[in-house]
Design a protein around this ligand. Sequence first.
Ligand code: CO
Length: 148
Amino acid sequence: MFRFAAIAAAVVMSMPAFADECSATVEGNDAMQYNVKSIDVPKSCKSFTVTLKHVGKLPKASMGHNWVLAKTADAAAVAKDGIAAGLKADYIKAGDPRVIAHTKMLGGGESDSVTIDVAGKLKAGEPYEYFCTFPGHVALMKGTLQIK
Ligand code: CO
């Protein structure tokens, strides 16, 4: 019984560090900026969760933010096709196979998370980019993601 309790305690104590290592939080604001410019995904993570928080006050229709992940080589085309898809589609082309992961489009005060299957979706050595597909935002709202 004592041994079981000691093991259980060790497992519980190790969980926060593990969860932290395999997740990241990105904030978007009313000045059209993310607060995180680069994310390293440890290759030891089975899955990796990104939470986007819109910390501004403006509505989705005028200052919407999402977090969309694609290979760097695909990013510009994904953003361009997203604009054509429109706000009702969260500015993401339906079924776009170049989109590896994405959150919902958010307005001020909202948040959303997306979980990525690391081994299934990401490759070491491949450069990835994340960005907001709201029209005009990709110029400022982008960052790099890589497996480390
Ligand atoms: Co945005």
